[in-house]
Design a protein around this ligand. Structure first.
Ligand code: E4P
Length: 227
């Protein structure tokens, strides 16, 4: 399973990229607005830090305009993934862009029927928003299960399921159990995956016992080892 981080905060991205566990980044207009920076500058900086797919979302809604914005975004870096909304014009642009060799992330997916359309349009990624479905009392994970199963029925559907609007670790582990290809996580959720109280407790007790031995692990050839 690939992990993307869902943010336009380049400091967070640098720090999470250092873990070696980051496969890509997703942004959206809200996240760019939150960064307070120029979108083209932010996307360029992110693409420098993370070699995997970096989703940059168009703001246009009409086909010709989407294509013009996509051309600008594609020029930033080879790993830019054009993010388009799941609308007729968005999917038309998806088809044209992927036919031209671009990666496309189709966003704002809330039904299996929409996910089928995105796959038929050749999307690289489909982004079903699980948290926003949960918010309105629909089971976001049921949608992931449906899409994963439907896509697996057709060899010609190459679209990867990118679980979006993730709110907690349970979303991540359930998505993994269902076989989703990617999850895009807010930085706090990604960091929370490391945590377990028994890990903290176990480490504290190992370190306390080690300290009692008075030993240090060092290269004997350097002359300072304690055996
Ligand atoms: C995905 O690409 C979206 O940017 C994101 O996951 C939306 O999440 P939200 O519902 O928490 O805003």
């Amino acid at each position: 399973m690939k992990f993307f981080v869902d943010t336009a905060d380049t400091q967070e991205i640098r720090s999470l990229a250092a873990t070696g566990l980051l496969d890509g980044v997703t942004t959206n207009p809200t996240l760019v607005a939150k960064s307070g920076r120029n979108m083209l500058d932010v996307i360029a900086e992110i693409c420098d830090v993370v070699p995997g797919p970096v989703s940059a979302e168009v703001a246009a809604t009409e086909y010709d305009h989407i294509m013009r914005e996509a051309a600008v975004l594609r020029r930033i870096a080879r790993n830019v993934t054009i993010k388009v909304p799941l609308t007729p014009d968005g999917l038309r642009a998806c088809k044209a862009l992927t036919s031209d060799g671009a990666m496309v992330n189709v966003t704002l997916c809330f039904s299996a029927a929409q996910a089928i359309l995105a796959a038929k349009a050749g999307a690289t990624f489909i982004s079903p928003f699980v948290g926003r479905l949960d918010d309105i009392d629909h089971d976001g994970m049921e949608l992931i299960a449906d899409i994963v199963q439907i896509y697996s029925n057709y060899d010609n559907f190459r679209t990867e399921v990118l679980v979006a609007s993730v709110r907690n670790p349970l979303h991540v582990t359930t998505a993994a159990r269902l076989g989703a290809h990617v999850a895009t996580l807010p930085p706090a959720v990604l960091r929370s995956l490391f945590n377990h109280p028994l890990t903290d407790k176990g480490l504290a007790s190992f370190l306390a016992d080690w300290a009692k031995t008075g030993q240090h692990i060092e290269d004997t050839k350097a002359g300072a080892a304690t055996r």
